[in-house]
Design a protein around this ligand. Structure first.
Ligand SMILES: [Zn+2]
Length: 484
């Protein structure tokens, strides 16, 4: 189903020009794949509060999987872990470490009050000439169904896997990640060690002008996730009349504590992942000061690390990639009257920590900043950064090689580079460290610029039919490349 609709006449679909090799696998059941994605969207797998979740919607999705992919079901085992899904399709060569393709079944709710802003009802999965609409179409039912479609295609063509393939679909990626953790425990108990895994990301083809290489196109493959520590700062006080604030008010002390913490930022540093990104891009960098700091082969990066890091820190888009960020976000307990001092007060400061900086480091950093103040610190939220995936190993190479066959600028012929990067957000992949040292995050379903501009979890979530089918083709090629 190649080239339905042209680049110039499909408004809002700038991403189409980057879809290459759309003629691959011409017998792909495109119509069926679209219908199965629509059926999956109609399963309302919202799961924000497990107490209130309607898990029959997950059962419905599981039934759809069981009934739609006969070759996968015949060759593999289908297990429900909590409400998550683990499918094992064994390969013939036990010496090859398995590949795991993952995604999550849960979707975020439709924000109350925005129901009428949806052009098409969020769980009807409307299909028009260009788009499949609905909650989960993009985040990330298309990857759940796309991975099943790809495995089914390979097996239906009589291909026998040499390398074991796992498909793993969590149930609560958007909230607690308990499904992913349960799957990881299942795999760890079985002694499984993965070669690599592929999980979701917000993937776009980007002009690398951001790094001084305008005109060069890149897709970032994320090797790591930043950590997230929300530090709660509490000041205790009896309150009382404002006419005698002896020793200071809780609000005054809390303000001091916040400003002390903010005034002591974490160091600015170039992470090894960013260094790899610059090394890959080096031959394409043409602009100052990048050119002078990186060198044509990346050989100047080492001596210019600090300067590069400072340059990153001076740009809004790049700033979060060179430091553990510190954002005071909430304050609680203010007095309700001008002449009454507040009682106990607290604030939350949100830290997104660099790979290598753990929750304890953040807590210790804050404790040092407020050591002379009568405040208590606790971790309101404590998520360590993931470890950093291996990028010079087999997994990254496989994804880049297959990726370069499916993504290029079809108008100019320019290639799309696959670049190591990390994400300031988090996915279920972050829980897989115990069974995998190469957790890669990249969605082969190209996000359109318009969809990206609306932001994930927004209103009118949609995916183009073309991008969806293209992602399936990439996944078929990846399974063939890695597992056959
Ligand atoms: Zn997602």
């Amino acid at each position: 189903m190649a080239n339905e609709g042209s680049i110039s006449t499909a408004p809002g679909c700038a991403c189409f020009r980057y879809l290459d090799n759309e003629e691959a696998y011409p017998d792909l059941d495109a119509g069926g794949a679209v219908e199965r994605l629509r059926a999956a969207i109609r399963c309302e797998t919202v799961n924000t509060d497990p107490e209130k979740t309607d898990f029959s919607q997950f059962d419905k999705l599981h039934e759809l999987m069981r009934s739609s992919y006969p070759h996968v079901m015949e060759a593999g085992t289908f297990e429900i872990v909590q409400h998550s899904v683990l499918i094992t399709i064994p390969g013939s060569d036990p010496a090859l470490k398995p590949l795991l393709l993952m995604a999550h079944q849960d979707v975020v709710p439709v924000v109350a009050g925005t129901e009428d802003s949806w052009e098409h009802p969020p769980f009807e999965a409307t299909l028009d000439g260009t788009f499949i609409w609905g909650r989960g179409s993009m985040d990330i039912k298309l990857m759940v169904i796309g991975e099943l479609e790809a495995a089914e295609y390979v097996l239906a063509h009589g291909k026998k896997l040499q390398r074991t393939l796992y498909l793993a679909f969590g149930e609560d990626e958007e909230t607690f990640g308990t499904g992913a953790k349960a799957i990881v425990k299942t795999l760890a108990d079985r002694g499984v060690r993965l070669e690599f895994l592929l999980d979701e990301s917000v993937t776009v083809v980007r002009d690398m002008g951001l790094y001084g290489a305008p005109g060069t196109l890149g897709i970032e493959v994320e090797l790591a996730e930043k950590g997230d520590t929300a530090v709660k700062v509490t000041v205790r006080s009896e309150g009382g009349h404002a006419s005698n604030p002896f020793g200071g008010t809780s609000l005054g002390i809390l303000s001091q504590a916040i400003s002390s913490i903010v005034a002591q930022p974490f160091p600015i540093e170039l992470s090894p992942v960013t260094e790899q990104l610059l090394r890959t891009l080096a031959p394409y960098i043409t602009e100052s000061p990048w050119k002078e700091l990186v060198g044509p082969d990346g050989s100047l990066i080492e001596e210019n690390r600090d300067q590069l890091a400072r340059f990153f820190a001076s740009q809004k888009t790049l700033f979060p990639y060179v430091t553990t960020t510190c954002a005071p976000t909430m304050i609680e307990g203010s007095s309700q009257a001008p002449n009454v001092m507040p009682k106990d007060m607290s604030a939350i400061i949100d830290f997104r920590s660099m790979p290598g900086t753990c929750v304890e480091d953040v807590m210790a950093h804050c404790a040092e900043a407020v050591k002379d103040l009568p405040v208590e610190l606790s971790a309101h939220l404590a998520v360590n950064p993931s470890s950093v995936a291996v990028s010079d190993g087999y997994g990254f190479k496989a994804v880049s090689e297959v990726g370069s066959r499916f993504f290029k600028d079809t108008v100019t012929g320019a290639p799309v580079l696959f670049l190591p990067s990390f994400t300031v957000g988090g996915t279920d992949a972050g829980y897989y460290d115990p069974v995998c040292d190469t957790c890669l995050r990249m969605s082969p379903f190209l996000l359109d610029d318009d969809e990206q501009a609306r932001g994930v979890h927004g209103t009118n979530e949609r995916v183009t039919r073309r991008s969806y089918l293209h992602g399936i083709r990439f996944l078929i090629a990846l399974i063939e490349h890695v597992c056959l």
